[in-house]
Design a protein around this ligand. Structure first.
Ligand SMILES: *Cc1c(COP(=O)(O)O)cnc(C)c1O
Length: 393
């Protein structure tokens, strides 16, 4: 067999890797190191590729203060899901006019909280939620989230649970107007790490139908389209680059809306942060289940319950890098807790060097999003996954 094929420079510049490694060498595993230079670069390229869009960072991807501050200074807005996220964002001096309440699942008291703090842009996908908003956030701008297909081509689908069908979206926006709210726009999320750019085409097509129906039948002119997230990070299954996504998606938009695009919002999370992080772990145990077994079990000090929950169903395949060289062999990779669900990869064929030993480090690439916040707080006593952040010079 050949040696493992994860090349540092497929994922990080030499500068970034050197910076991350220098910090990593000072700390005991497990932890994530984030290099905000990379987030800054990804933000720049998103803005260059979608010059007509307003960026609402999906705070849940990684709510580190250093990341929020960087994006604040770059002029971003923020997609917020809870009062806790809102408090954090506002505490950094970000105006409520740069915040949207993007969670369709909200308590009445939370609607009131957002409204009292000055937030005026609300997502919804259900009548009872809309009526609550009308009562507790009078006059707010409403955008309705629609259902999308494409969950089979997204590595981490976000469909089904959120959004409603076209007819219901129309009815909700008509009702919004009747209730004294501003029927403002539509949103969708084609699924996180969406590898099929055609998913945006189908979703934009639905949006266009709703825009037209509301204008022609209800005298409502929507102003905004929120295209959510779904933009790619670099994992083992490669995707097109952001420039290709932008070219295609812009083309779909112009096909349906011509040159007069509505206000366009994007809500990137994963594509901004994933590639900025490396999760550093250590091998705790290597074993074989029998004397004749053809593969090893490699147990690390990080697992499904300490940040790697997106390996559920082996959905996200993180590139794993080690400095150990030489011949490789297939391995099952599992976490340190006393739960047999704590296995990251068994069907996906990960190969690790035969020379790998207890105490060696494994570097999980592209782990800057959806890791630290998903980490349990005390399962088997293990503390939450730590995060160290490199800020701009
Ligand atoms: C999670 C989420 C996002 C971010 O999606 P990514 O695929 O990580 O970019 C954007 N919008 C909403 C409403 C979300 O829930």
């Amino acid at each position: 067999m050949q040696s493992q094929n994860v090349e540092i420079n497929d994922y990080y510049s030499t500068d970034s890797f050197t910076r991350i490694k220098a910090l990593a060498d000072q700390h005991e595993t497990p932890f994530v190191v984030i290099d905000t230079h990379i987030i800054n670069q990804h933000y720049s390229s998103l803005v260059e590729n979608f010059p007509y869009a307003r960026i609402y960072y999906a705070v849940k991807a990684n709510p580190a203060i250093e990341i929020l501050s960087l994006l604040r200074d770059r002029g971003a807005s923020f997609d917020i899901a809870s009062t806790y996220e809102l408090d954090k964002v506002l505490s950094l001096g970000i105006e409520p006019s740069r915040c949207s309440y993007g969670n369709t699942i909200k308590k009445r008291k939370d609607i009131l909280y957002f409204y009292d703090k000055g937030v005026r842009l609300f997502a919804t996908d259900a009548e009872s939620d809309l009526r609550n908003i009308a009562e507790l956030a009078p006059g707010a701008k409403i955008y309705v989230r629609i259902l999308t297909e494409g969950s089979h081509t997204a590595d981490w689908p976000l469909s089904r649970k959120f959004g409603c069908q076209i007819d219901m979206a129309v009815d909700l926006l008509v009702l919004a107007k009747e209730l004294g709210l501003e029927p403002y726009g539509l949103s969708f999320h084609v699924g996180s790490q969406q590898r099929d750019i055609g998913a945006w085409d189908a979703a934009i097509g639905k949006v266009k139908i709703i825009f037209d129906r509301l204008r022609e039948e209800n005298d409502i002119q929507l102003k905004m389209l929120n295209m959510g997230g779904g933009f790619p990070a670099n994992y083992i299954s490669r995707t097109n680059d952001i420039a290709t996504y932008a070219t295609e998606i812009t083309h779909f938009l112009k096909e349906d809306f011509g040159d007069e695009l509505p206000e366009i919002i994007l809500e990137p999370g994963r594509s901004l942060c994933s590639n900025a992080g490396i999760l550093v772990s250590e091998v705790v145990l290597i074993s074989r289940k029998s004397h004749t077994s053809l593969h090893r079990w490699v147990y690390t000090d990080v697992g499904k319950f300490s940040g790697l929950i997106e390996t559920l169903g082996e959905a996200i395949k993180y590139p794993i890098y080690t400095e150990i060289q030489g011949e490789v062999e297939e391995a099952v990779i599992a976490g340190p807790t006393c739960d047999s669900a704590d296995i990251m990869y068994e069907d996906s064929k990960y190969e690790l060097p035969l020379a790998l030993k207890t105490g060696n480090r494994l570097y999980w690439f592209s782990t800057g999003a959806y890791t630290t916040t998903y980490s349990a707080i005390e399962f088997n006593g293990f503390p939450p996954l730590k995060q160290y952040i490199i800020t701009q010079a």
